[in-house]
Design a binder for this molecule. Structure first.
Ligand code: ATP
Length: 147
């Protein structure tokens, strides 16, 4: 059995990344899951969370805001609503989006509006967490991102 997996990450706007990894972890419907070569076929929705691409010596961190993942033998396809690598995330923008969501929630919105605001809050928190935790730790030589 091969000891790598081919991973492709696509959004409606672009192909963010494709390449070989030894493992990918992602926010599946049942929580954070690790996918290794030989994983059983699987189709799952994605939550708001972090994708980590593991290669021999590097890890690359990606914020994803939902979507679906398909696991087939040797191949993982991630169709993401939005996805940004840690070095692409604009920290000030994420901070501003988070502050807007916090203010909207503090203003006691009608229940029907809460899920949308709460999702914006989670996206803002996630992007901030990833940019602050991982900024400067990428290995762009090893992990080329499509722009
Ligand atoms: P904002 O209010 O700042 O647009 P948002 O959470 O509503 O935040 P999304 O709808 O999730 O934004 O994303 C819209 C587009 O902007 C996507 O292409 C996404 O990748 C990108 N994006 C959103 N926030 C950031 C950020 N902080 N840094 C870089 N790209 C971002």
């Amino acid at each position: 059995m091969a000891n790598t997996l081919q991973v492709e990450i696509v959004t409606p706007a672009r192909k963010l990344w494709s390449g070989e990894v030894e493992m990918v972890t992602l926010p599946g419907a049942l929580g954070q899951m690790g996918i290794l070569p030989g994983h059983a076929p699987l189709l799952s929705t994605l939550d708001i969370g972090e994708i980590i691409l593991h290669t021999g010596t590097t890890q690359q961190f990606i914020a994803v805001s939902g979507g679906v993942v398909e696991v087939r033998p040797g191949k993982v396809t991630i169709l993401a609503d939005t996805a940004e690598s840690s070095e692409e995330i604009d920290e000030e923008r994420a901070q501003a989006a988070l502050a807007r969501a916090e203010k909207l929630l503090a203003d006691n919105p009608p229940p029907s509006e809460r899920p949308v605001i709460e999702a914006a809050l989670r996206r803002g928190n996630l992007r901030l967490k990833i940019v602050r935790k991982h900024h400067g730790r990428r290995s762009s030589e090893a992990m080329h991102f499509d722009k």
